[in-house]
Design a protein around this ligand. Sequence first.
Ligand SMILES: NC(=O)c1ccc[n+]([C@@H]2O[C@H](COP(=O)([O-])OP(=O)(O)OC[C@H]3O[C@@H](n4cnc5c(N)ncnc54)[C@H](OP(=O)(O)O)[C@@H]3O)[C@@H](O)[C@H]2O)c1
Length: 353
Amino acid sequence: MVTEDEAMRRAIALAVRGLGTTSPNPVVGEGFHAYAGGPHAEIVALAQAGELARGGTAVVSLEPCNHTGRTGPCAQALIRAGVRRVVIAVDDPTHVAAGGAATLRGAGVQVETGVRRREAEQGNVAWLTAVRRGLPFVTWKFAATLDGRSAAADGTSQWITSAPARADVHTLRGTMDAIVAGVGTVIADDPQLTVRDLRDGTLAITQPLRVVLDSAGRTPAKARVRDAAAPTWIVTTAEVGSGPDGRVDLHALLAALFGRGIRSVLLEGGPTLAGAFLAAGLVDQVIGYVSPKLLGAGKAALQDAGVTTIDEAIELDLTDITQIGPDLRFTASLRQKPSDHPAHHPNSEWKGF
Ligand SMILES: NC(=O)c1ccc[n+]([C@@H]2O[C@H](COP(=O)([O-])OP(=O)(O)OC[C@H]3O[C@@H](n4cnc5c(N)ncnc54)[C@H](OP(=O)(O)O)[C@@H]3O)[C@@H](O)[C@H]2O)c1
């Protein structure tokens, strides 16, 4: 007999499997929500349980949705299946889908919320952060030598880290809705910015949107980001407007991406774009792959992040350190100030399920 607590731990672990393919919807557990437009976790689980669901307990990492979007409301499906009790980790923060718990209670179903909330929030942090404020969750990823260089003096940078670390980046990309780079990186390195198997180049079935920030449209006609391997958006100031420096307005860009259903962004640009995102307070998480090499010259991993004195250093909380082959991967979250992001307005571009 599985306890409710064990079931919740499993629900949270299952939910993470949907990362990268469920947006604009959240990853939710119990069965799991595998792709946007596909059945939500509850529906998958109910189908598996069949008649056994009657009189049973459903354990879910996110409050069952209460509205009809691309799929029907899960709260109603649970009621129809005769579920007696529903255990929920996190309340749904979206105004369109919230209210499932109230609907269930109204139908006489026993509901308990907040079970293992912190763990469930952690597993779903990008989606929850994004929908709460109406802007995607941004992870800045970089590779650097031990002395903090992201390219050698001659501009070469592609092989800073080892093959296992580069493979890990592809796994990371696969959990994201969009990959963002600056035109500087596109011109210097001509990256493809896809999710693929590095041994034979096989492309993953689901590809994040490739986004190139290119104020004046300098992306070369033959750039690999323009190939057919994945969708691409080359963003000029004419499309989303310009910031005070005359370049692509980063806040407007993120709002536009949110409007397109993007909830998580991997920023893979060079030091200029990373500095601009950090200076604007638009980065949530940093993942640094650090290789035990020294260059002594060449581009720093980060430039012009708006810091001039040590008191202004951008402070991070380390959440993970993992050795990958000969390299180290540091994961850290930014200490966000409440003023960094606009409050999420319930009527902003949220598109729903
Ligand atoms: N090791 C690593 O992790 C890593 C990763 C990526 C790149 N790199 C290296 O970095 C170097 C390229 O550096 P980079 O700094 O030129 O690349 P970048 O940061 O990717 O691109 C910078 C360009 O982005 C455009 N941009 C558009 N909107 C912007 C905004 N709001 N703020 C800032 N920039 C904006 C600007 O060009 P416009 O003004 O024309 O729009 C700017 O010059 C290469 O040597 C590459 O190998 C290393």
